[in-house]
Design a protein around this ligand. Structure first.
Ligand code: GLC
Length: 402
């Protein structure tokens, strides 16, 4: 990686603002106004739930009214029972070909019937105000508890790999095998779950798998803290911490499979303000700072370099297989938070600096090669603007992350 150019916080901020503004869309569907940031206009035109939450966080630096509009647009899509889909098709429904891969109940559906990591309340707290004062967010949490907390301990369960946002992560290979995301059998998983109404209890009864996934529950945990609900960190530690490996690992049901595939997700609880400190230190010292695993020039790769499944380059395959090695900026941001909280300031600064350098040189790409720093995937990618959160931590915002 060349070390000649690092975008200054001001340059990075203006790049971020330019990309967010270029991706912004503001229109009306049958009398309902909508406004949101496209994840990447050329590749991802619709409103994706977690992309919008990340974009709203960064919008607060430039135009807080847009943070609110972005998140209110997700809420205007919500059903009366509080469900909010993974993708909302504001402008037009999905094409016939895409229906095979998209989790829509019918072609005219206005959003998917699946979820994405539910961090809305947390991003509302960071960018807008008190989520407890917004009844639609309160109902959203009720829907999640009522439909996805299958064991009554507060943790949520997923019915498909793409619900985690980490679509083709190798940690899902042993769970969904040929029906994993972007594998030939994936349309069969979609078709079966469509028959079961994407109802997690019915999916479990029909033989599963359902998955208690780490990143989803970390972001759900942050959303719960943001709205004033009890912490689920103790439940996360009880169920998903692996003391021998020093990692957080998913649990599938029925059967209790815990794939020991080392991905950034296994470290994601670092973002939780109440993670017990000894666990956080093990995540950082035994894994994150290991040059053979995650401490590559552009850290953190989405999969440990020591995993046989590590593919640091472009997402390959007949459909793109994402999250199998490259570095994604939302992941970096969550781990960076934990490094700072635990006092690894120099290392957190190094992550921020390397990302600012890659973003300045390559533009705001969807993900980057963790060794060479080359920009990969979609261009003008909205959540990559989170690089500014690390390059220029805003003290008041830093407080409200927690
Ligand atoms: C890819 C990512 C997913 C993201 C979406 C839109 O499918 O895996 O996390 O939300 O693109 O950016």
């Amino acid at each position: 990686m060349t070390r000649d150019f690092v975008a200054s916080p001001d340059e990075l901020a203006s790049l971020a603002h330019r990309v967010l503004a270029g991706n912004w869309v503001e229109e009306e569907r049958r009398g309902v106004p909508f406004a949101y940031t496209r994840p990447s206009p050329s590749r991802y035109p619709w409103q994706w739930y977690w992309d919008s939450c990340f974009a709203a966080v960064v919008w607060r630096r430039f135009d807080p009214a847009r943070s609110r509009a972005e998140l209110e647009t997700l809420l205007s899509a919500s059903r009366p029972d509080g469900f909010v889909g993974h993708t909302v098709f504001w402008e037009r429904p999905v094409s016939l070909a895409r229906r095979l891969f998209y989790n829509v109940a019918s072609r005219s559906a206005t959003m998917t019937a699946t979820i994405q990591p539910p961090l809305l309340a947390w991003s509302w707290r960071i960018a807008v105000g008190d989520p407890a004062a917004e009844p639609r967010i309160v109902r959203h949490h009720e829907w999640l508890r009522g439909n996805r907390d299958l064991e009554g301990d507060g943790l949520l369960w997923l019915v498909q790999p793409d619900e985690s946002g980490l679509d083709s992560s190798p940690k899902y290979d042993p769970v969904w095998s040929r029906r994993a995301h972007a594998r030939a059998g994936f349309p069969f998983l979609v078709a079966r779950n469509r028959r079961l109404g994407w109802d997690a209890r019915r999916v479990r009864e029909a033989g599963g798998p359902v998955l208690c996934e780490v990143v989803t529950n970390v972001l759900w945990g942050l959303a719960r803290l943001a709205i004033g609900e009890p912490s689920i960190t103790p439940a996360l530690v009880d169920r998903l911490w692996d003391e021998r490996l020093g990692l957080f690992l998913d649990e599938a049901q029925p059967g209790g499979l815990r794939p020991a595939v080392e991905t950034w997700a296994a470290l994601a609880p670092l973002a939780l303000p109440d993670l017990p400190e000894p666990l956080g230190r093990r995540l950082v010292e035994e894994h994150l700072l290991d040059p053979k695993r995650f401490w590559l020039p552009l850290a953190p790769p989405s999969v440990s370099a020591a995993e046989p499944s590590f593919e640091p380059g472009r997402a390959r395959g007949w459909a793109r297989r994402y999250w199998r090695g490259p570095t994604w900026i939302n992941a970096a941001w969550l781990l960076w938070m934990g490094m700072r909280r635990l006092g690894y300031l120099e290392q957190a600064g190094r992550v921020a600096m390397a990302l600012a350098q890659a973003a300045g040189r390559e533009g705001l790409r969807e993900y980057y090669h963790p060794v060479t720093g080359a920009g990969l995937g979609a261009t003008d990618f909205a959540w990559t603007t989170l690089a500014i959160e690390m390059a220029d931590p805003d003290p008041s915002a830093a407080r409200s992350y927690l």
